[in-house]
Ligand binder design. Structure first.
Ligand code: 4AD
Ligand code: MG
Length: 468
């Protein structure tokens, strides 16, 4: 018998040419059976669905089947047949089984269904083999494709901004340092400061917190660009929504003002959600049934809404009224305060029951590069706030006036010597422009319905956690 080439399970399950000999390879989810017949549920990661392998015990011995336990990796050659069981999916009548790797049932950690998410985080090397993480990581892939497609279709160019940088874009002091200096014997200058002249780049450097500054340089030449890369923040916030290493998408568009920026953000998020519903329904349905019954309704709901747009000041009024009416927040709320997740979620989930875009924040709580409003107090910032998530996008129109930008950078202690090149774009052919950053994992939290950001990235980096 000639061995056929391997077929992925996602394709096999759709086939109806019963009687054909096929070859399938994958990992055993379960094996059950009786004296006469044994059933193996096999998964190869191409879909949430398993294919059933039917093993007739006349043709195989107990000894041969014994090593085929949960987690083992096998190849099966057999006849494609119509399943007798529920549904009409194809199944395979096994003729030949090859075992690539056994998974000792006493030692293999993923035995039963219903392991906790915490347990699976400790087994991050094996969790891609679970239904849940297979679904999540497939959706993650599809969302990346959606993002590239959205921008490509609209004539944006994908720009690769550096990961090692000498400037702290957000100015929040969250840079992870990058150095080849000997930490046990640091070179010092006369004033006893570390002498970075001898460091690899001849200056102090770190991992980027955002590709925006370099993205702006590109937008002021290419017109419309986006970045999509890893960003790093040494912020010690152990929350379900923060990672120390996360992926960010940052479009930047010349000639866009804040209103067009808001529209782009809204169109972009809706496109991604629609893409998920169009391409990932099996996985989303699985996650919805397992974790979050309202997931699909919530995704559809957001697509139908026009996001509410209002100013930070109006938002503060609403929150203060809520407090006056007896609503209790953990953190105090007043004009000038940074909004905590509880405030953002109150606006979105209780007051408006709709995604919200908040604009015109006090300049003190936003970055130096945001365009200053004429009131002298606020900047043209915009945060998109989402149900269950809080802030999913942060962005702004950019300050395009050289003097205003330089003054603000100085006021906020952003050293001009580190960003002279950024400032120079405002000296030569400056233009109004705007952009924003979408946290990829925050989008994935929304689309998958997962509760913890550690579960939507394959290998999360958080304080005290860089295993794998
Ligand atoms: O609001 P942020 O800090 O904005 C910027 O970095 C701008 N440079 C973006 C721009 O205008 N081009 O971050 C943008 C988004 C947030 O809204 C959030 O979704 C996500 O990035 N984010 C995080 N996601 C996971 N873990 C963290 N520690 C995050 N910090 C921000
Ligand atoms: Mg922000």
């Amino acid at each position: 018998m000639e061995t056929p080439s391997r077929t992925k399970i996602i394709h096999l399950l759709k086939r109806t040419d019963f009687g054909t000999t096929v070859l399938v390879k994958g990992w055993v989810r379960t094996r059950r059976g009786s004296k006469n017949i044994s059933f193996i549920a096999l998964n190869d990661g191409s879909t949430i669905n398993n294919i059933q392998i039917v093993v007739n015990m006349n043709a195989f011995s107990e000894e041969e089947l014994k090593p085929i336990t949960t987690g083992a990796c096998i190849a099966v050659t057999g006849t494609l047949s119509q399943s007798q069981g529920q549904g009409q999916d194809a199944e395979i009548q096994a003729q030949k089984i090859h075992i690539y790797g056994q998974a000792d049932s006493l030692a293999y950690p993923l035995q039963k269904k219903g392991h906790t998410m915490e347990f699976l985080r400790e087994k991050a090397h094996l969790r891609p083999r679970t239904n849940t993480f297979g679904a999540i990581f497939r959706i993650r892939h599809h969302m990346a494709i959606a993002i590239h497609t959205f921008f490509h279709e609209r004539g944006f160019f994908y720009v690769h901004t550096p990961i090692i940088t000498g400037s702290d874009c957000e100015g929040a002091g969250q840079l992870f340092q990058v150095t080849t200096l000997n930490l046990y014997n640091l070179p010092k200058n006369e004033s006893n400061e570390i002498d970075y002249a001898n460091d690899f780049f001849g200056k102090q450097t770190g991992l980027t917190v955002s590709g925006q500054l370099e993205g702006e340089l590109a937008a002021l030449g290419l017109g419309a660009i986006y970045t999509f890369g890893p960003t790093f923040r040494a912020e010690n916030s152990n929350t379900p929504r923060h990672l120390a290493e996360f992926w960010m998408i940052e479009p930047e568009v010349a000639f866009n003002e804040i209103e067009e920026n808001m529209q782009l953000a809204e169109d972009f998020i809706k496109y991604c959600i629609q893409w998920a519903l169009d391409h990932c329904m099996d996985d989303i349905t699985f996650l919805s049934e397992r974790f979050d019954k309202e997931l699909i309704d919530r995704l559809r709901f957001v697509l139908k809404q026009n996001f509410i747009r209002l100013s930070y000041s109006q938002g503060i009024n609403i929150l203060e009224t809520a407090v006056n009416n007896g609503h209790i927040f953990e953190y105090p709320i007043f004009w000038g305060a940074d909004l905590a997740a509880e405030h953002e979620r109150y606006l979105v989930e209780e007051h408006f029951q709709c995604p919200v875009i908040l604009t015109d924040y006090p300049k003190e709580i936003k970055s130096f590069y945001m365009k200053q409003n004429d009131d002298g107090k606020t900047v043209r910032a915009m945060d998109v706030l989402f149900p269950k998530i809080g802030e999913i996008i942060g962005g702004s129109q950019r300050e395009d006036d050289y003097d205003k930008l330089t003054t603000r950078a100085n006021e906020m202690n952003v050293p001009s010597k580190d960003i002279w090149w950024y400032l120079e774009t405002r000296r030569f052919g400056t233009a109004p422009h705007s952009g924003f950053g979408l946290g990829f994992e925050r989008l994935l939290l929304f689309v998958t319905g997962m509760a913890n950001i550690r579960d939507v990235i394959p290998f999360p980096r958080t304080p005290n956690n860089a295993e794998f």
